[in-house]
Design a protein around this ligand. Structure first.
Ligand code: MOS
Length: 738
């Protein structure tokens, strides 16, 4: 049963259905790889069978002789193609065909192009490769890995946040815990496969590609091809799931463009599900060592967070999640330290709630352990350490309603009926566990632009090169314009996903609704100012528009809005045009900006088989202005389910001998289905925050899946008395202690 969309409360927008819902459910929506093109050729990747070594010889004779083959690109055959640059717009600096060294499993070693997909696949299977192999370092504990400090060396972490004297405070604390936590390698598996379609017309290149950043993608592919950005157009019509994996470009795209140029015809490459596991980004496995010291009354006095993240040999990448975890609870002595462990693996990158999902698992699990140590309710422990000031910088939060989220959740979930003792609640063969955890996500805002046009008929067109990645942004950007200009949503058309449109930031870091709606708002304010010049009231009736336009001597009003967040450097707008997003994040301004939530989970564990079921998930969130209670609820529900999945299902398995991925398909890479979760409830508390951005929006695309993994693990402990500190929690995780 699909529950009704929640009725909006104060500062919440109407639950409008998505403007593209009908197109999507009828199959009319055209995704990048659906675009019909004449004379289209098909490309298939050939990838390495080893994780470390050299390609000694590669024989293309058999493949070239295969029927229908048009071209093969491999070593020594890439012309002037430049290597990618590690940045927000490219997840790696590895140019796979620039040298014969293999740095990771499934590295691209050739691109085969043929008349049909089938012919290309057959030919690709005839590429014969001889390797010189070296033993790879597969994982944290493998011999041959190297370790380095992350702070200052990676994009997302300038320094390890610290305050006070941790050692002294921990030593003096009355109650202490110390524990290690582990989260696995995870692979994004958006239902829409990754693809590139390249079309040349003279010296102008058009690329159809599902990307979360058309401008970022354009800047990077233009660099690799040695072209001026103005000669490249990137179109990302819809994105069938991205979750970070379609944020940065990958080396495949420039190779496809090169093939299309050589052949003089359009070329399309749709990456197979299996090859996506090794040619696209993933979430790095992480390890954490947490120490907490508290008073008997449950006041946190000392918190240290040591973390290790796996990365590749070629690039330094880490998410560095202590930037969030160290700011959540009042604590006078905080220490943190993030390290990279470099192994023979591909470079990881963003995956939904990149830092918060693994780091909050560790912190929120440790807090639950501390609550048992203190004999205190885990909700009470969190509320006792609630704060309106960031403990690291001392700055106030722009708004923070974590306490209200917990209070509402306690009541809605029936938390008071929970018997605090582990293994104390049972129904038949099922032991019942109830757990909770905090959700948090920084409010990131980015430089964004939009163009809005109001016709005399009352029709409105909104243009901004943002991306419909499934969040409903086309709908909410339309709602913002409709509200500002006093027209119904049905009178608004929203165009996105094309570098011909005014630039917008990467659709990542949950920034887009806040940033793009702020730019739309600014453009609409200019239109209203023009209408006021003609003597109109704030929102004129549509029937008065022709007369007003006549007075102004215009056929339509078109204005361009720029949103430059406070704290952004002066050249941020110029950089956006060139393809670089400037984001100002949660803790970088005078107020610390975060969205918060409280999550509650019921787990049932079969006492005979250890089978685990999740009958109930509840999240209560406060995330500033909610543009649309229907699309917001969908995002938060999806987040809760994914967070549950992070606890119980998902893991990319690595063969430690060969550093190769074992489960590269959706049969063996476990993801949840409807039967894996029964009831998912979302409550959105009304929250007004006038400081975050002009639109008052905090963003919530990633908030929902933060903390859920810990809430599940905490519920499993409550049900079984077994503390599982390594995700995912599987039947066998519970066996030893029974
Ligand atoms: Mo998100 S992982 O910032 O697309």
């Amino acid at each position: 049963m699909i529950p009704a969309a929640p009725q909006p409360q104060e500062n919440q927008g109407a639950p409008e259905p998505r403007v593209d819902a009908r197109l999507k459910v009828t199959g009319e929506a055209r995704y990048a790889a659906d675009i019909g093109l004449n004379h289209l050729a098909h490309a298939v990747l050939v990838t390495s069978d080893i994780a470390r070594g050299e390609v000694k010889a590669i024989s293309l004779h058999g493949a070239r002789a295969s029927p229908g083959v048009l071209d093969i690109i491999s070593y020594g055959d890439i012309g002037e193609l430049r290597k990618p640059r590690l940045s927000n717009s490219s997840y790696t600096s590895l140019g796979p065909l620039h040298q014969r060294t293999i740095y990771h499993d499934g590295q691209i070693i050739a691109l085969v192009v043929a008349d049909t997909l089938e012919a290309a696949e057959r030919a690709a299977s005839r590429v014969a490769v001889e390797y010189t192999q070296q033993p790879p370092s597969a994982d944290f504990d493998s011999p041959g890995t190297t370790q380095m400090d992350a702070a200052g060396k990676v994009a997302l972490l300038d320094e390890d946040p610290c305050v006070g004297d941790f050692d002294q405070a921990f030593h003096a604390a009355e109650v202490k815990i110390a524990a290690d936590y582990t989260t696995p390698h995870q692979t994004h598996n958006p239902i829409e496969l990754f693809s590139t379609t390249a079309v040349w017309s003279d010296d102008v290149l058009t690329v159809y590609e599902p990307t979360q950043s058309v401008y970022g993608f354009r800047g990077e592919i233009a660099h690799q091809l040695g072209m001026d950005v103005t000669k490249v157009r990137v179109i990302s019509p819809y994105v069938g799931g991205g979750f970070g994996s379609k944020g940065p470009s990958t080396p495949r795209s420039a190779l496809v463009a090169l093939a299309a140029k050589r052949l003089g015809r359009p070329v399309r490459c749709v990456v197979s599900r299996a090859q996506a596991f090794t040619t696209q980004p993933y979430r790095a496995p992480t390890r954490h060592h947490i120490k907490l010291g508290a008073s008997r009354a449950g006041k946190l006095q000392a918190y240290s967070h040591d973390a290790w993240e796996l990365s590749s040999r070629v690039d330094n990448y880490a998410v560095g999640g202590t930037d969030t975890t160290t700011r959540i609870y009042a604590c006078a002595a905080v220490a943190s330290h993030v390290r990279l462990v470099k192994a023979d693996r591909q470079t990881p990158a963003y995956m939904r709630s990149p830092p918060e999902l693994p780091y909050m698992f560790a912190l929120e699990s440790a807090l639950d352990e501390l609550a048992y140590e203190l004999g205190m309710d885990p909700v009470d422990l969190r509320l006792r350490n609630d704060t309106q000031r960031d403990p690291i910088s001392g700055k106030p939060f722009s708004s923070r309603h974590l306490k209200e989220c917990y209070e509402k959740g306690v009541q809605a979930f029936g938390w008071k009926k929970r018997n605090p003792l582990p293994r104390s609640m049972r129904e038949g063969d099922w032991s019942i566990g109830l757990g909770c955890a905090t959700a948090v996500y920084p409010t990131n805002v980015a430089v964004a632009t939009a163009r809005v046009r109001l016709e005399s008929t009352g029709h409105v067109r909104v243009q901004s090169a943002s991306h419909e990645i499934g969040t409903g942004i086309r709908t909410v950007a339309g709602q913002m314009a409709a509200e500002q200009l006093g027209v119904p949503l049905s009178a608004v058309t929203v165009e996105m996903g094309d570098t011909e449109l005014p630039p917008a930031p990467v659709s990542g870091g949950s920034n887009s609704t806040a940033s793009v709606c702020s730019a739309v708002l600014k453009a609409c304010e200019k239109i209203r100012a023009r209408l006021r010049e003609a003597g109109s009231s704030a929102a004129p009736a549509v029937k008065d528009l022709p007369e007003l336009f006549k007075q102004l001597g215009v056929g339509a009003l078109e204005e361009y809005g720029e949103f430059v967040p406070e704290g952004a450097p002066a050249d941020a707008l110029q950089k956006l045009y060139e393809g670089q997003t400037t984001m100002v994040s949660g803790s970088e301004r005078d107020q610390v900006m975060f969205a918060f939530g409280a999550e509650f989970v019921e787990v049932r564990v079969n006492v005979r088989t250890n089978e685990m079921r999740v009958p109930r998930l509840l999240g209560v969130f406060a995330a500033g202005r909610i543009m649309n209670t229907r699309t917001a609820r969908s995002q938060l529900m999806g987040g809760l389910i994914w967070g549950m999945s992070a606890a119980l299902h998902e893991a990319t398995e690595i063969d430690p001998r060969h550093a190769r991925i074992v489960n590269r398909d959706l049969q063996d890479y476990y993801i949840p289905v409807n039967a894996d979760v029964a009831q998912v409830d979302v409550i959105m508390l009304p929250e007004v925050d006038t400081l975050v951005n002009p639109a008052g929006i905090k963003g919530l695309g990633e908030l929902g899946n933060v903390g859920t993994n810990a809430a599940v693990a905490n519920a499993v402990f409550h049900a079984t008395g077994v503390r599982v500190r390594t995700l995912p929690i599987r039947l066998e995780s519970l066996i030893q202690s029974h």
